[in-house]
Each structure stands twice: as structure tokens, then as C-alpha cells.
Design a protein around this ligand. Structure first.
Ligand code: PMV
Length: 322
């Protein structure tokens, strides 16, 4: 028994509307996607804590003072949960993720949520989802400096959520039928922390103008909620296009992202926009089942990573033992 792996998984996400505006308290909509991060934990025979990420190819042994920078947020989660449990046994934690890192698909939050949930299970702490979400948020602060909290929230609860910073979230009905989301990579490096502070700095210099853009985003997000509830894909596509325009206005687009967005639209997507922080990373396009392969093929000519995803109902969960 003592040596069995416990496995927890948590989904990545796509922001459908409201990214960046959410940092200053406006609402945003995120949906959980089918790509997941997994955390495997078990007790060790010795007293060491060993953390390994297969994707990042790094290993930390905090009990021996070996901590690789990439794993600092995870080490903080382990320390916090171990402290809560008063456990003095050695622990092994392995991380594997299907979510491309630094892509805007919430990979760091999904990893943090999965790790917190797996340790909670191993150490029998009985923490609820709200507590797991909070512990993951603290790790996200180390990664992203000023995160809104949307990533750890969607990764914890799954489905589609309307999120307001500091006010929690509301689950949103998703009734769009016969459509998929295509994600295409700009191939450009991106850094959420830098993009967020650039936008905040632009806002402080041009508040008289940009406050109206933030208000427009608020209205837009509420209309996206209506479109999702009604299952109106035409309306959702239009709103994604408008949302992209607002993101361009706050300076997070560039020539490559515009190219991807326009190729998606010209080849038949109902709507296409940057998703996440921008500056690089991915665009998301809404496509109906009949134009899906045409849009995929067109995007493949200009993007080295194109994939298709759907909404995932599942948030964080314990999977069966390995
Ligand atoms: O890291 P990304 O690309 O998923 O961006 C997160 C969304 C932002 O609104 C830009 C930042 C945040 O913390 O909400």
C-alpha cells in the first residue's frame, strides 16, 4: 500500500473572452480543454522529498537544498501541504503534462492544481476544491506575479466559467453544438507577466481612452455568456472577432498573430482571436464541423502546431492508481 502511486489530473484552458481586462476586475470567460496535466505521488522509503518534471526535464530535492528554478512554485506547494499535514515521511512527486508549456493554455496552473490535489489525497488532508484552488493560486503568484486567478480556477472546476477577480466564478451553460475550437501556435515566445505589466502601463498612460475599451470588454463578455447559453455560434464568432480587436487596441497582438487570425477567418472560421496574454502563444478559432478541415489545413501552412479541442466538463480529479 505504502508505495502505490496516487495520480491527480487537471485540465488546461482556453480564454474565450476577457483576458487582460480581467486583471483590472472585469469579467472573463474560460473553458477547460481536453489536454490535462498529471501529478503522480507516493511515499518514499527515505525522508527525502523528490520532485521531477518529465516535460521540463528537471528534478529538485528540496530536503537536500537542491531546488531548480522551474520547480520553485511546485516546491512551495509541497512545503505548504506537508506543513499542514505534519508528515515527516519522504515523498516522490512526478509531473507529466499534455498541455504545451508557456502557450497560454494554463499549463502552470494545471500542474499546480494537479500537484495540490495529489498531495492532498496522499496525505489524507481532506482539503476541498476551494482550498486546492487557493494553494495553486499562491504558486501561480510565483510564476506570473499578478495573476487574476482565472487559470487555477478553471483548472480546478472545469467546464466553462465566468470569472471575476476577487469575486469567484459562476459556471456557464455551454450549448454550442457541432462546432470545435482550433488552436494555432504563433511560434513566438511569450511571457504573461511582461504582457500584463505592459498592458497595465499602457492603461495608466491612456486611461481616458482605455477605460472605455475595458467597459466594452465587460459588455462583450456578458454577450458571450448569452451566446453560449443560447448555443448561438454565429454570435459567439462575431464576439470573438470583436474581442480580438479590443486585444489589439491594448497592444498584445503582432503581425504573426494577426496573420493566424486572418487566415483562420478567411478559410471559414466563424471567429478567431488571440487567447491568453498575447505577444506570442496561440490563437483560437471557432469552426463548424463542415469547415473544420479547411481551416486546419490553412493554418498548418503558417503554424507548426495546430490542434483541435473541445470543452472538458471535468476539473481536477483523482485518477485510478497506476
Ligand atoms: O498566461 P495566459 O496567456 O493564459 O494569460 C492569462 C490571462 C491574463 O488575463 C492575460 C492574465 C491573468 O492573470 O488573467
Amino acid at each position: 500500500m505504502a508505495n502505490e502511486w496516487i495520480v491527480a489530473s487537471a485540465p488546461g484552458k482556453v480564454i474565450l473572452a476577457g483576458e487582460h481586462f480581467v486583471v483590472k476586475g472585469e469579467p472573463a470567460i474560460a473553458m477547460a480543454i481536453s489536454l490535462r496535466a498529471r501529478a503522480y505521488v507516493r511515499f518514499r522509503e527515505d525522508r527525502d522529498i523528490v520532485i521531477e518534471s518529465e516535460d521540463l526535464k528537471v528534478r529538485s530535492v528540496p530536503t537536500r537544498g537542491i531546488v531548480k528554478e522551474e520547480l520553485i512554485p511546485i516546491v512551495s506547494i509541497v512545503n505548504k501541504i506537508v506543513e499542514m499535514s505534519n508528515c515527516n515521511r519522504g515523498i516522490e512527486l512526478r509531473i507529466k503534462s499534455e498541455i504545451p508549456p508557456a502557450s497560454g493554455m494554463g499549463s502552470s496552473a494545471a500542474v499546480a492544481v494537479a500537484c495540490a490535489a495529489a498531495l492532498n489525497e496522499l496525505l489524507n488532508l481532506n482539503l476541498g476544491l476551494d482550498e486546492i484552488c487557493k494553494i495553486a493560486y499562491e504558486a501561480e503568484v510565483i510564476v506570473h506575479k499578478k495573476p487574476s486567478g482565472i487559470d487555477n480556477t478553471i483548472s480546478t472546476y472545469g467546464g466553462v466559467i465566468l470569472y471575476r477577480k476577487g469575486k469567484g466564478f459562476e459556471s456557464i451553460q455551454y450549448n454550442i453544438k457541432n462546432h470545435k475550437f482550433i488552436l494555432a501556435d504563433s511560434g513566438l515566445p511569450r511571457n504573461t507577466g511582461v504582457m500584463v505589466s505592459n498592458v497595465l502601463s499602457l492603461y495608466s498612460r491612456y486611461e481616458r481612452i482605455l477605460k472605455h475599451v475595458y467597459k466594452a470588454s465587460r459588455e462583450l463578455v456578458m454577450m458571450v455568456v448569452d451566446a453560449l447559453r443560447k448555443g448561438d455560434a454565429e454570435m459567439l464568432g462575431d464576439l470573438m472577432n470583436i474581442n480580438h480587436g479590443l486585444l489589439s487596441a491594448i497592444g498584445v497582438s503582432n503581425a504573426k498573430l494577426e496573420e493566424l487570425v486572418y487566415i483562420a477567418r478567411m478559410s471559414g472560421a466563424k471567429g478567431a482571436k488571440i487567447t491568453g496574454a498575447g505577444g506570442g502563444g496561440f490563437i483560437v478559432a471557432l469552426v463548424d464541423n463542415s469547415s473544420y478541415s479547411k481551416v486546419m489545413n490553412a493554418l498548418r501552412t503558417v503554424s507548426r502546431r495546430v490542434f483541435v479541442t473541445e470543452v472538458s466538463k471535468d476539473g481536477v480529479k483523482i485518477e485510478k492508481d497506476n
